[in-house]
Design a protein around this ligand. Structure first.
Ligand code: ZN
Length: 205
């Protein structure tokens, strides 16, 4: 919502976001193309036989292009309805220790907080997550916590840390792998098991 408000109020906000995220910009506009013609990777300027109809002509042509895009077989999961496609959520996956909270450094090596008292939210994390949230991203923390099996902490402590993180930060979910290397599980990062959990599908669609 915030994103849409900003798009309307701040000229070029959407294009800046697109460029930052390496997206291509296709412009379909009337008159001389204006700002869009300058920033777009490709820009189609609709001829204007009647200046009173510039906007409806350009928008009608935009609708044709949208239809071609959403009818693409690769988007079949959205049943070719552009409004359903737009409603699929987007998420950002974040690591926990050293990203959301400070790692505890001992002898030059980073460790996760072993108690709730050791939990310190890293600087600037809250405003950064709030900004991502305002762009309509779901925020999902994905973390390996082998220290429970290694007896450096307990599962209860890890869960209390996660409750605190959920309370202090605008996270939608925290997904955890409690295994260690020898377990050879599929959910220990960098393997992608956690990302394929049923839980994720429920959140995303
Ligand atoms: Zn695992």
């Amino acid at each position: 919502m915030e994103f849409r408000k900003k798009c309307k109020s701040e000229s070029g906000f959407c294009t800046k976001i697109c460029k930052k995220n390496w997206l291509k910009i296709l412009g379909i506009v009337g008159r001389d193309g204006g700002y869009t013609a300058k920033v777009a990777d490709a820009c189609i300027i609709i001829p204007t036989p009647n200046p009173a109809n510039t906007t409806p002509h350009a928008e009608a042509f935009q609708a044709v292009i949208w239809h071609l895009i959403v009818s693409h077989p690769k988007l079949k999961f959205a049943q070719t309805k552009w409004n359903q496609y737009m409603l699929v959520n987007q998420a950002i996956f974040l690591d926990r220790d050293g990203v959301l909270n400070e790692s505890i450094v001992k002898n030059g090596k980073p460790y996760p907080p072993a108690t709730l008292a050791e939990l310190v939210i890293a600087e600037d994390v809250l405003p950064a997550l709030q900004m991502l949230k305002s762009l309509d991203y779901l925020l999902i923390c994905v973390t390996n916590q082998p220290d429970v099996l290694r007896k450096n902490t307990t599962r209860e402590i890890v869960e209390s840390i996660h409750s605190k993180l959920m309370e202090l930060l605008p996270l939608n979910e925290i997904l955890v792998c409690y295994h260690d290397d020898k377990d050879e599980c599929l959910c220990r990062k960098p393997l992608p098991g956690l990302l394929f959990q049923q839980q994720i599908n429920i959140i995303l669609i």
